[in-house]
Design a protein around this ligand. Structure first.
Ligand code: DGL
Length: 271
């Protein structure tokens, strides 16, 4: 009899969490992964706490039904606004979000630094990043960037319009934080904009250190894992589910994952 492989459920409102999955696959080759992108209900970042919690809990329940032994909430917005509800739904299954690892990565990069956090409107309103950075003794300014998610969804990751939008957001944020040293990407969609953000910051003569939480989150997951035996040869290492167009997910998702996705399965989680 072969035992069930240790399964890590990874959840995001869409494709962006694949940047976290990419690091997890790299660091934890022995686990089996189940990824859910709740694309039908994206964006979470412009919704209320109650709605975000309802969507996040139904997504969590799906991953638990799929056999998750540990959950990674790759979505910053769901981590910021619904971590308690998700943990309550998960019971004994451990749940890790992206905010603490991201904040610790910013601290590790520059313990005496001052951080600008770019995130969705809901994440910024929750102040989850500032509270976590405060506890580490780091000053921070949060900036909502609601136009960046749709631009990335459109595939405009190197487009002049996206560069101009980023320039406006960064200028506004840096006016409030003239001594900033670090730019923390507090949204799953922003890591694919890193090259563009680097260029814009260089043009603004503000070469901030850019941090995303993907690697730090994968390292935090690895630290929490029991010893996981290698996957059996016949085990499928990755199953990907989406709640809207699987074709679009397949096509856009590979950009976030860095290589082609396995076949994506459509699931209906209701409204
Ligand atoms: N996944 C969300 C986040 O990291 C971004 C997309 C959305 O608004 O749903 O905050």
């Amino acid at each position: 009899m072969t035992s069930k492989p240790f399964t890590i459920g990874v959840f995001d409102s869409g494709f962006g969490g694949l940047t976290v999955l990419r690091e997890l696959l790299d660091l934890i080759p022995n686990a089996r992964f189940t990824y859910l992108g709740d694309t039908a209900r994206l964006p979470y970042g412009s919704k209320s706490r109650t709605t975000i919690a309802r969507y996040a809990v139904s997504s969590t329940n799906f991953l638990l039904r799929e056999g998750a032994d540990l959950l990674v909430i790759a979505c910053n917005t769901a981590t910021a606004l619904a971590l308690n509800e998700i943990r309550a739904a998960a019971g004994f299954v451990p749940v890790l979000g992206v905010i603490e690892p991201g904040a610790h990565a910013a601290f590790a990069a520059n313990p005496a630094g001052s951080v600008v956090v770019l995130a969705t409107a809901a994440t910024v309103q929750s102040n989850a990043y500032s509270r976590t950075l405060d506890l580490l003794g780091i000053r921070s300014t949060e900036k909502a960037c609601p136009l960046l998610v749709p631009l990335v969804e459109e595939g405009w990751t190197a487009h002049p319009v996206t560069a101009e939008v980023a320039r406006i957001y960064l200028t506004e944020a840096l006016m409030k934080a003239p001594d900033a040293t670090t730019l923390l990407l507090g949204c799953t969609h922003y890591p694919v904009l890193k090259p563009l953000l680097h260029t814009v910051l260089e043009q603004m003569h503000r070469p901030l250190h850019i941090i995303d939480s993907a690697r730090a989150t994968a390292e935090a997951v690895l630290a929490r894992l029991p010893a996981v035996p290698p996957l059996a040869a016949e085990a499928q290492p990755l199953a990907v589910f989406a709640t809207d167009s699987v074709e679009k997910f397949q096509q856009l998702g590979s950009r976030f994952l860095g290589h082609p996705l396995p076949l994506v399965t459509l699931v209906d989680l209701g409204g």
